[in-house]
Write a protein that binds this ligand. Structure first.
Ligand code: C2E
Ligand code: CA
Ligand code: CA
Length: 662
């Protein structure tokens, strides 16, 4: 029954409803008719009974009256000897006979029989006696006649006749009474019975109707969810469609806002879809789209949304752990999974994809805006060539004029030395002694004041000026570090894009020679993202740097993509445990486990480890207890201008924070 189509259930319910109404009306009519019939029946029976009783009363009275008249006529005839009394007697005789017949008809058969035996017989006897009296009188025996009329026998029959008439009336009356009582009893039982039966019928109908309505409701709910699913699903791939994407993304954003979480939106565009369609036909195109959807579903089980945005564009939404930037990892995974060949109708096709991503709340906070920014990044990726994964940055939003203006501004700032190195102490935790500094860039902007890297590094990267900026910054830092003791090292950050520049090592070497800074005192910090983008180029650059005696550190370790494989493949000297793990070590068990694991790993690989973002003594103690030797962070000192770094070194090279607790 559950599988019955909705239309059939609707028809069934409508029929049940119609039947219920008709039967309810029918039931009501039956009750009304039954009540009316019963009532009229009873009233008619009652009035008939009254009439009968009235007639019986009259008949009894008539009998008695006629008897009196007969007796009187007989007595008068005997007393006067006049014939006319006999004539009157004879005339009245018919009356009593008629009255007796009438009374008999009104009585029940048994009562009539008894009445016949008593009253009629008494009457007959009286008539015989009276006639005998008349005979005697006619013969002149007045005395004899008188004797007959005064005899005890005569009086006996008269009494019997009177008693018979009275008991006749009483028997008729009680008979009528019993009949009415029977009728009343019947009504008392019959009517409630009819009403009760109708009630049962009504309950049954109500029950049936309810069952039907319940079934209909369930069918509607089922149909509604099917319709909703159909309306929210892309028919070809089974992924969410554009409508569902916006609907679900809106909900996700609301939750992310409440939970203070990050979301990553990836916009994917297939690289060689059009040629597949043109060359192999639309059916092959459909197979490719389905295969893409299947691969995304299989590769991204934790995705919050997987949608087909339209044509050969797909959107993936991921919840990011607030501390770990997993977006690059996911982007890479998507590109890789779609780069593999697809077998379509016997042909091995390489479709590939390009991707753009945007992060909530860093890049945008509304769903349309997020999608638009991911799309913008995608367009940028497309211009870079197929297989690119590009994250949105603010630079992309700037129009061409403003962009060239910003580029000019950046270029001028580089040449006029507006980018200044800030020095963050990296300390030996056991002694608190500064072993070196990480160089972090600040823009001493002529009108906007001191700008943080997040405000200009993405633009410098996007406008390809990051290389010049790094060299200028390194030059300033190395020049400033001339006053540092020989043992103090410097670490410089290298952007992912710079890894692809084969002249990087050469540029750095030029600065080192120019400023007289020994290469073994320099460390270059690379992020895993840089390695992921082009592992071959990375290997080459690292080899060149190492060839010069420069050390290489893997920055933001733990947040990137399959970090371990780089550790074994590349000749890296040290790793820097990302701030995200250190800052959550005490609140997230998982972070503490990761930190301990990284420390164990680096020990076994004989790599130096630097913990970043150490903000308090508790962090430092925990790290020390687990074998960490080097650290940097608020606890030891935030990035500072050269003058302050010189003061720290002049004071014995003990990090400010460490000195405070010591
Ligand atoms: P990073 O390389 O991971 O640098 C560490 C960042 O953490 C610095 O932010 C530093 O100020 C901050 N930091 C250090 N200790 C603590 C701490 O205890 N608590 C907190 N809350 N923060 C701490 P900064 O200077 O804003 O730099 C941000 C990022 O910008 C750097 O992350 C790096 O990726 C990039 N960057 C900075 N300078 C350069 C540069 O010259 N070239 C390139 N390519 N990137 C740079
Ligand atoms: Ca760094
Ligand atoms: Ca870092």
């Amino acid at each position: 029954m559950n599988q019955m189509p909705t239309s059939k259930i609707m028809r069934h319910t409508a029929a049940t409803a119609r039947r219920t109404v008709l039967l309810a009306l029918g039931g009501a009519a039956v009750v009304i008719v039954a009540v009316v019939l019963e009532r009229t029946n009873f009233e008619r029976a009652q009035s008939t009974a009254i009439v009968r009783m009235f007639e019986a009363n009259r008949a009894a009275a008539d009998i008695l009256l006629a008897d009196e008249q007969l007796t009187m006529a007989a007595n008068m005839a005997v007393a006067t000897g006049e014939k006319r009394w006999i004539e009157r007697y004879e005339n009245s005789l018919a009356d009593i006979g008629k009255a007796i017949d009438r009374a008999k008809r009104l009585a029940s058969p048994s009562a009539a029989k008894k009445f016949d035996q008593e009253t009629r017989v008494s009457n007959d006897r009286l008539v015989q006696l009276e006639r005998a009296a008349f005979d005697a009188m006619n013969k002149g025996d007045v005395r004899g006649a008188r004797r007959l009329l005064d005899s005890g026998l005569y009086a006996h029959y008269k009494r019997t006749l009177a008693d018979g008439s009275t008991s006749y009336f009483q028997s008729v009356r009680s008979q009528i009474h019993a009949q009415l009582l029977r009728l009343q009893r019947r009504t008392e039982v019959y009517l409630p019975l009819v009403i009760m039966l109708c009630g049962f019928g009504a309950y049954y109908l109500w029950y049936r109707l309810n069952v039907s309505l319940g079934r209909l409701h369930r069918a509607f709910v089922r149909a509604e969810s099917t319709i909703r699913q159909l309306a929210m699903k892309d028919a070809l791939t089974g992924l969410a469609n554009r409508r569902a994407l916006f609907f679900e993304l809106k909900n996700l954003l609301e939750r992310a806002r409440a939970q203070k979480r990050k979301l990553a939106v990836f916009m994917i565009d297939l690289d060689r879809f059009k040629p597949v369609n043109d060359q192999y036909g639309h059916l092959a195109g459909d197979i490719v789209l389905k295969e893409v959807a299947d691969r995304l579903v299989a590769a991204l089980p934790d995705a919050q949304i997987l949608a087909r945005y339209g044509g050969d564009e797909f959107v993936v939404v991921y919840k990011l752990d607030s501390d770990f930037n997993a977006d690059e990892l996911i982007a890479r995974k998507i590109i890789d999974v779609l780069a593999n060949t697809m077998s379509v109708e016997g042909n091995d096709l390489r479709v590939g994809a390009t991707l753009g991503s945007a992060i909530y709340p860093d890049d945008a906070s509304a769903e349309e805006e997020l999608i638009a920014k991911a799309d913008l990044a995608l367009r940028r990726g497309k211009s870079q060539g197929s297989g690119a994964a590009v994250a949105y940055n603010a630079y992309m939003d700037i129009d061409v004029d403003a962009r060239s203006q910003l580029e000019t501004e950046l270029r001028n700032a580089i040449s006029s030395g507006e980018f200044v190195p800030y020095f963050q102490p990296v300390v030996d935790m056991s002694t608190g002694r500064v072993r070196g500094f990480e160089i972090l860039c600040r823009w001493n902007h002529p009108t906007r004041g001191l700008l943080q890297p997040s405000e200009f590094i993405p633009f410098a990267e996007a406008s390809h000026l990051i290389g010049d900026l790094t060299i200028a910054l390194l030059r300033a830092a190395c020049a400033g570090a001339r006053a540092f003791p020989e043992t103090i090292t410097l670490a410089i950050n290298i952007a992912p894009r710079q890894i692809q520049n084969p002249a990087l090592a050469h540029g750095i070497l030029a600065v080192l020679s120019e400023t007289g800074f020994a290469p073994h005192r320099l460390e270059v910090e690379l992020t895993e993202t840089a390695l992921v983008c082009d592992i071959a180029a990375a290997k080459h650059v690292i080899a060149s740097l190492k060839g010069l005696g420069i050390k290489v550190a893997l920055d933001d370790f733990g947040t990137g993509y399959s970090s371990l494989c780089y550790l074994s493949e590349l000749p890296i000297d040290m790793i820097k445990i990302d701030r995200a793990f250190i800052s959550t070590m005490h609140t997230r068990e998982e972070s503490a486990k990761i930190v301990i694991a990284i420390l164990g790993l680096s020990k076994s690989l004989q790599l130096a480890t630097i913990a970043e973002g150490v903000e308090g003594e508790v962090d430092a103690e925990f790290l020390k207890a687990n074998g960490c030797i080097m650290a940097q962070g608020r606890f030891y000192g935030m990035p500072m201008p050269l003058e302050e770094a010189l003061v720290v070194l002049a004071n014995g090279g003990i990090a400010p924070g460490h000195r405070k607790v010591a």
